[in-house]
Design a protein around this ligand. Structure first.
Ligand SMILES: [Mn+2]
Length: 239
């Protein structure tokens, strides 16, 4: 079974270029039978919609449109540090009741030997407890408004952002941290995991092998960053 994986679209932030990638996303979805949306699809912190409520509503509308374009597909939605917001969670409960093709998972989704997760567990010194605690801070994100968005989109901020990603997230270290986290929650290589799809770091990565596990990251659709919509091949025929 082929599984389409995409994350970190950061929709509703000023800096996202996700719109340009929609045709590719639809194409990759058509090639797959399951879609895993890997978190930070929506950006509550930098949302141009003004309020968390309006952002959650726009997010729900976006998801509904995506699913109705692919009615025969199953969708798994993971949450990230920018969209794990109570306003969205509330709406997702209703949405998954109305759309049986949608399943919402907060932290991790696994199919056979393949694990999908947002990847905020790659942050320095992240334990499961810290991950849960830092996610709860997303609830206090207030949208920064247009002026801050423009500043954030500025060249200086962008260059910092790009340099920052490779300094904060060297791939070996990221792989090591992710394995540490996966081990802690019983999903590490000792449980059979040999493929990991993640996002969060905004650094595109394909087939990076660390301790016998292959790591893949779709990057982010932003200026100066690489982005790809990934398709995972799994041995199983259905979930
Ligand atoms: Mn993230």
């Amino acid at each position: 079974m082929k599984i389409c994986f995409v994350s970190d679209l950061h929709l509703f932030s000023q800096r996202t270029l996700a719109e340009q990638w929609m045709p590719l996303l639809h194409e990759r979805i058509r090639e797959s039978s399951l879609v895993v949306l890997g978190g930070d699809l929506f950006d509550f912190k930098w949302s141009i919609h003004g309020s968390a409520e309006a952002t959650a509503e726009a997010a729900t509308r976006w998801l509904r449109a995506l699913m109705s374009a692919h009615p025969a597909h199953s969708f798994v939605l993971l949450l990230g540090n920018h969209d794990d917001h109570p306003a969205l969670r509330e709406r997702l409960v209703l949405l998954s009741e109305e759309a049986p093709q949608l399943r919402v998972e907060t932290y991790l989704f696994r199919v056979a030997n393949t694990v999908f997760l947002h990847g905020d567990s790659a942050n320095p010194r992240c334990t499961e407890e810290k991950l849960i605690r830092s996610r709860s801070r997303t609830a206090h994100h207030r949208p920064r408004g247009r002026a801050m968005n423009l500043l954030y989109g500025g060249a200086i901020r962008l260059r910092l952002h790009r340099a920052g990603a490779s300094l904060i997230f060297p791939k070996r270290l990221v792989a090591r941290r992710l394995l540490g986290y996966l081990g802690e929650v019983g999903q590490g290589p000792e449980s059979g995991t040999d493929e990991v799809y993640f996002g969060h770091t905004h650094r595109a990565l394909a087939d990076y092998v660390y301790r016998g596990v292959r790591f893949h990251n779709c990057g982010a659709p932003m200026r100066g960053l690489k982005f790809q919509v990934l398709v995972a091949e799994t041995d199983i025929t259905s979930i």
